[in-house]
Design a protein around this ligand. Structure first.
Ligand code: HEC
Length: 138
């Protein structure tokens, strides 16, 4: 019986001082992470996503020369062309990736990715395109 009560007290809803302390530290760590998440910085995952999902049309380096490119009626956008991409806002790039070409008055062969990626991944893709073109919205 003594043993049982020890076991039960281990998972009681009232946290021991150590547990309370642990919870506090967790919260601090999470809060510290927040700004990093907001930047939606380009990570290795972003590059992987681009290679896996975008490169077939846009090319591994973003030059618009992926293996599917010759078969498309409208050529995939060259993501290294800064003079064009400077005329697009980050929001416009976000929308075309999320909702697809058709939704923003572009060719329907640019697919919509809203069911594939979370918004934060799409934001990091926008940042990655900014890296490829080495440009910002003017
Ligand atoms: C099936 C081929 C295909 C795939 C896969 C594809 N795209 Fe595209 N994408 C296109 C085509 C074609 C266009 C050009 C549309 C136009 O100019 O009307 C385009 C255009 C774009 C544009 C520029 C839109 C503009 O303002 O002109 C962006 C940004 C873009 N794609 C991002 C991506 C990203 C990011 C991915 C991967 C998640 C991706 N694309 C995957 C075919 C593709």
């Amino acid at each position: 019986m003594l043993l049982l009560s020890v076991v039960f007290s281990g998972c009681s809803s009232k946290p021991t001082p150590q547990q309370a302390q642990a919870k506090k530290t967790d919260a601090v760590v999470q809060k510290d992470f927040q700004p990093v998440m907001d930047v939606r910085s380009v990570t290795e995952k972003t590059r992987q996503v681009y290679r896996r999902y975008c490169a077939q049309c846009h090319g591994v380096k973003g030059h618009g020369d992926g293996i599917n490119a010759p078969y498309l009626v409208v050529p995939p956008r060259d993501h290294t062309k800064s003079d064009y991409l400077e005329t697009r806002s980050d929001q416009q790039l976000f929308d075309v990736i999320k909702l697809g070409g058709l939704a923003v008055g572009r060719a329907p062969c640019m697919p919509a990715w809203e069911h594939t990626f979370e918004n934060k991944t799409i934001r990091s893709l926008v940042n990655y395109i900014r890296e490829l073109c080495d440009c910002k919205a003017l």
